[in-house]
Design a protein around this ligand. Structure first.
Ligand SMILES: NC(=O)c1ccc[n+]([C@@H]2O[C@H](COP(=O)([O-])OP(=O)(O)OC[C@H]3O[C@@H](n4cnc5c(N)ncnc54)[C@H](O)[C@@H]3O)[C@@H](O)[C@H]2O)c1
Length: 257
């Protein structure tokens, strides 16, 4: 039997991926340092099969033990566990920097190095890494941005390395999605409305917006896609935002014509 492994499955995007990917019928293994009992209950309530592991993705030995106890051969991996420390370069301590890089980048590496041999033995598979628009732009804070830039680079690097094993690897770069990660900042009305103003599609992202992209990248519809990143941000980084000057700019050009 095949199975799907999802990290960060207890909340937000990882949870939405668990619900979406459980629709394929394969059991989902839900990994989260804070547990994923609620997600397991939701998957089961929809008729899916789920197992839950309370585990830290940076713990190589613990991850290996979890992968030895999967309910099937891992054919899909979604690396989604992540944290953020909202501190500028000079505010961020070395410990904070290391922890963000450790969870967001090394944690992905730990899953990859342990799951790839199992996936290859099972005949191949598909890996989706949750990156961020922060990895593309200077949006965010240095440790987080560096970790997500690393995820994008790692994904590109591994496309060729893993192709011979029958494994595809892609990433999705979410824009601003309402989840546990930014519940605090989006609770601030000024930050919230400024964020929405910067999203051409006019709303914040929902975890399932990302899960549907993950399902596409994980599944057969994208069988010729590897080493790619798909930005899912409502258009946020597609353009320069002129704010109040936008209307002025438009009418200025209209007058010129
Ligand atoms: N929310 C956004 O706007 C946004 C934007 C771009 C990228 N992302 C990325 O999406 C991914 C999911 O984040 P989210 O927004 O759903 O946040 P979230 O906080 O709702 O979920 C993250 C989950 O990861 C788990 N986790 C944290 N550290 C862990 C560890 N060491 N081991 C195992 N699990 C751990 C948490 O317990 C939590 O359940 C992250 O990689 C994040 O960087 C989020």
């Amino acid at each position: 039997m095949d199975c799907t492994v999802i990290t960060g499955a207890g909340s937000g995007i990882g949870r939405a991926c668990a619900l979406r990917l459980s629709e394929t019928g394969a059991p989902v293994a839900l990994l989260d340092v804070a547990g994923a009992a609620e997600t397991r209950g939701e998957v089961e309530a929809r008729g899916g099969e789920a197992v839950e592991f309370t585990v830290d993705v940076t713990d190589d030995d613990a991850i290996r033990e979890v992968l030895d106890r999967l309910p099937g051969n891992p054919r899909t991996l979604v690396n989604a566990a992540g944290i953020i420390v909202r501190k500028t370069l000079l505010e961020c301590s070395l410990e904070e920097w290391r922890r963000v890089l450790d969870v967001n980048l090394t944690g992905y590496f730990v899953l990859l190095r342990n799951i790839v041999p199992r996936m290859a033995d099972a005949g191949g598979g598909s890996i989706v890494q949750v990156a961020s628009i922060a990895g593309h732009t200077g949006y965010g804070f240095s440790s987080y941005t560096a970790s997500k830039g690393g995820v994008l680079a790692l994904t590109r690097q591994l496309a060729a390395e893993l192709a011979g094993k029958g494994i595809r690897i892609n990433s999705v770069s979410p824009g601003v999605v309402e989840s546990g990660l930014n519940r605090d900042t989006l609770g601030n009305e000024l930050i919230r409305s400024a964020t929405v103003d910067n999203i051409p599609l006019g709303r914040l992202g929902r975890p399932d917006d990302i899960a549907r992209v993950v399902a596409f990248l994980a599944g057969p519809a994208s069988e010729f896609v590897t080493g790619a990143d798909l930005v899912a941000d409502g258009g946020m980084i597609s353009t320069i935002h002129w704010g109040a000057a936008g209307g002025e700019l438009h009418s200025f050009h209209s007058k010129e014509q």
